[in-house]
Design a binder for this molecule. Structure first.
Ligand code: HEC
Length: 328
């Protein structure tokens, strides 16, 4: 240890102790991870199935679940990175490319400050079409790895997109991808997202090459009116499901409530919308309505009937609160 000579003796001892501790930690970590991975890859085809560890919670990153391999080939699903902590955690994970399937505009400033490549290809809670799937597959195939794919919570949309991509690239079977979505915590009611993974199949290189390859780092949010129309449709779906008093249908409409919460949350962050409203309380009203939609999503996702009509009523009230002030 030639370098240690430049330190004072107590400092060198402290440094060595730290070094030993760090080495032991990383060795045990690495061993358990690669043991699980190697074990699986030897036992089953295809070889990329990572171990079924529970989702990881990191500073500013939630629900981090690998959808293939480790090291430089790793491909994760998770939540949107929160603030500096979230982006620093991505850097620590070694991530080179961040793909957002969330509707919200990505935090480009924080990403660029850390040299991260950003791609923004939003999908809905009801799933995605073949064109969007092919774009996602192409981005994951062609861009620098490791790759982190996220939505907002990292449970439903990112899990489905990651699963469909992994199947398309022959990294996972449909069954393994569905098992992985369960690890991410995808709700049973999100039928469109499950069916996108069930329907996915290996894609040939020519089909992937034909997909859009400009990998936009920002996709413009829907206009206020388009969002409102989508919100209204989703609320109608919920109303029908609740009237049907069918537990499975109620569960399925959790996806509709999630969509409402998400669209309102995105509008809240959309600067163009705020300017248009010319009002400081517009954002607060959006947030209040989004919160009601989130509460309804939770109830519906739990499959309970208790309190659902009341929660729908509170959501409708929150729409009205804004409409009387800013629309009617
Ligand atoms: C924070 C304010 C706000 C909230 C919350 C809000 N809206 Fe709206 N909504 C508006 C505004 C403003 C318009 C008018 C947009 C325009 O015409 O440019 C509108 C328009 C609409 C329209 C008419 C769209 C069209 O075709 O022109 C519908 C339907 C609608 N909202 C449904 C809803 C529902 C359902 C909710 C609650 C789940 C909701 N809104 C929550 C502000 C809001």
């Amino acid at each position: 240890m030639k370098d240690a000579e430049t330190y004072s003796a107590p400092m060198a001892r402290a440094f060595m102790a730290l070094l030993v501790a760090a080495t032991m930690l990383s060795a045990s970590f690495g061993a358990s991870f690669s043991a699980g991975f190697d074990g699986l890859s030897r036992a089953s085809e295809p070889p990329h199935d990572p171990p079924h560890d529970p989702p990881r919670e990191l500073p500013g990153l939630h629900n981090v679940v690998p959808y293939t391999g480790s090291g430089s080939e790793a491909f994760y699903s998770g939540s949107a990175p929160e603030g500096d902590a979230g982006f620093d955690a991505l850097v620590k994970l070694g991530i080179k490319t961040v793909i957002s399937v969330d509707g919200a505009t990505p935090d480009l400033a924080r990403a660029k400050a850390r040299g991260l490549r950003i791609v923004h290809l939003p999908i809905g809670y009801d799933g995605f079409d073949d064109a969007r799937k092919a774009e996602l597959v192409r981005a994951v195939r062609d861009l620098p790895k490791p790759i982190y794919l996220h939505c907002h919570h990292g449970k439903h949309r990112s899990a489905s997109a990651a699963g469909a991509v992994a199947v398309s690239l022959r990294w996972m079977t449909n069954e393994a991808a569905a098992a992985r979505m369960k690890v991410s915590g995808t709700g049973v009611g999100y039928r469109g997202l499950w069916s996108c993974v069930a329907k996915a199949s290996p894609m040939d290189a020519a089909t992937i090459d034909a997909a859009r390859g400009d990998f936009p780092e920002q996709t413009k949010p829907e206009s206020l009116v388009a969002s409102m129309v989508a919100i209204d449709e989703a609320l109608d779906n919920i109303q029908f499901a609740v009237a049907a008093t069918d537990a499975a249908k109620r569960g399925a409409s959790a996806a509709d409530a999630a969509e409402i919460a998400d669209l309102l949350r995105i509008l809240e962050k959309d600067e163009g919308v705020e300017r248009m409203a010319k009002s400081v309380d517009f954002r607060a009203l959006l947030r209040a309505s989004s919160t009601q939609a989130g509460a309804l999503e939770k109830l519906l996702g739990e499959g309970s009937s208790a309190g659902v009509p009341e929660a729908v009523g509170r959501l409708r009230e929150s729409c009205k609160d804004c409409h009387v002030k800013h629309r009617d």
